[in-house]
Design a binder for this molecule. Structure first.
Ligand code: KG4
Ligand code: ZN
Length: 375
């Protein structure tokens, strides 16, 4: 079964063709990062306008890269929730129109489901080479790196979804069954990476920038607090403020000193040390909660990482170290599939169909900028 997946929930215009939920036949992503790097963040109206420009060429390329025409496509799937309103509208209306025009069943997919299902996709070897080498350098004991990519996650499992808008732990007892067992009370961890990057004068998106400069930093240099949040929930707004205060203290400036000016006083080494210390703390917070979750769900031996922040190498290394063992396995998407893409939408729709989900009405499909994965 070939599904055309369309994703426009934030600032990536993406379309892909996926066969039987796992095999990527094409995967086209047009990112708006270059536009928003200048602004230091996403501007919703600008994002919607650039989706409008890129949408049809991206769909066309996804079909031609997959060597498909419309007759080969069995279904269309689209992200209809959650995300930026204007961005969701462009993808959803495109999918509705295509479904009517080409008489295809249409499936509406929740964005976080798609991120989780990126773990069922496989890509060609070359794409993973750089990551494999980095992982092997970090963990020489890990000899069979192919196992990290080839098989698929087993149920029941716990998924840690970490993106720019969400930080959740999901319990999945089977396909298409998601129970939120932990969530953030305020900022998402990706948002925290982005805000800390801004304080340090690093470009948007902050996650990759922090990871890059952290390589030259001392992660033990600054001690940052772990938030005290009950159960499996998270809080990241305090960590961002803790970095802000630590930077002001390091520079001998009062807490009233504007955060946007601090970068002008920091040395390259200080930026690297703050980035490394912050990254280590954020990763430890996530790993600690997952450890706690595993003790509460003793039936689970599989951990899955998902969402933009799951591209973070430090998080992957720690997850490997802690959750992979004789009885435990850990999965994360190929780095190119951690961020927003259309292939994960096609994968999620395939497993929804396998679970008996019926197509949606292309004349009335709506968007939901904020809706839980459990709805
Ligand atoms: O899943 P995603 O592409 O979009 C949302 O659904 O939000 O996630 C974007 C987030 C951004 O906050 C970005 O800074 C973060 O993922 N991110 C990273 C890394 N790559 C992207 N965070 C930490 N380390 C990375 N390597
Ligand atoms: Zn996302």
């Amino acid at each position: 079964m070939k599904i055309l997946g369309i994703e426009t929930s934030c600032d990536e215009t993406a379309a892909a063709v996926v066969q039987d939920g796992r095999e990527i036949l094409s995967n086209v992503v047009v990112s708006q990062i270059d536009i928003f790097a200048e602004y230091g963040g996403v501007i919703p109206e600008v994002a919607a306008r650039s989706h409008l420009e890129a949408m049809m060429p991206v769909v066309k390329k996804a079909l031609s890269d997959a060597k498909c025409d419309w007759d080969d496509i069995d279904a269309i799937a689209v992200t209809h929730a959650p995300g930026l309103l204007g961005s969701l509208l462009v993808g959803t209306l495109t999918a509705r129109t295509m479904a009517i025009l080409h008489d295809k069943p249409l499936y509406a997919v929740h964005h976080l489901k798609s991120h989780v299902y990126a773990n069922w996709l496989y890509t060609n070897e070359s794409e993973n080479t750089e990551f494999k080498l980095a992982l092997q350098a970090a963990r020489p004991s890990l000899t069979n790196l192919n196992s990290v990519f080839s098989d698929s996650p087993q149920f029941p499992l716990l998924a840690l979804v970490v993106s720019g808008g969400h930080t959740q732990i999901l319990y999945m007892k089977e396909h298409n069954h998601f129970e939120i067992i932990g969530t953030t009370h305020d900022d998402a961890v990706g948002e925290c990476f982005d805000k800390v990057a801004k304080i340090l004068g690093l470009p948007y998106p902050g996650g990759p920038a922090i990871a890059r400069v952290a390589k030259n930093g001392d992660e033990k240099k600054y001690r940052l607090p772990h938030p005290k949040v009950e159960g499996l929930d998270f809080s990241f707004s305090g960590l961002k403020t803790a970095v802000l205060r630590a930077v002001q203290k390091e520079l001998g400036l009062p807490i009233s000193h504007p955060s946007h000016d601090l970068k002008n006083h920091l040395s390259e080494q200080q930026i690297a040390d703050f980035a490394a210390s912050f990254q280590k703390t954020a990763v430890n917070i996530l790993i600690d909660k997952m450890k706690q979750a595993l003790t509460l769900y003793p039936d689970v031996s599989t951990v899955v990482l998902a969402g933009g922040v799951s591209a973070n190498l430090k998080l992957r290394e720690e997850a490997e170290k802690i959750f992979r063992g004789e009885n435990g396995s850990v999965y994360f998407p190929a780095p190119s599939l951690s961020g927003d893409n259309g292939a994960m939408v096609g994968a999620a729709a395939y497993f929804e169909i396998q679970s008996g989900v019926q197509p949606t009405d292309p004349y009335s499909l709506n968007i939901y900028p904020r809706i839980s994965i459990e709805k």
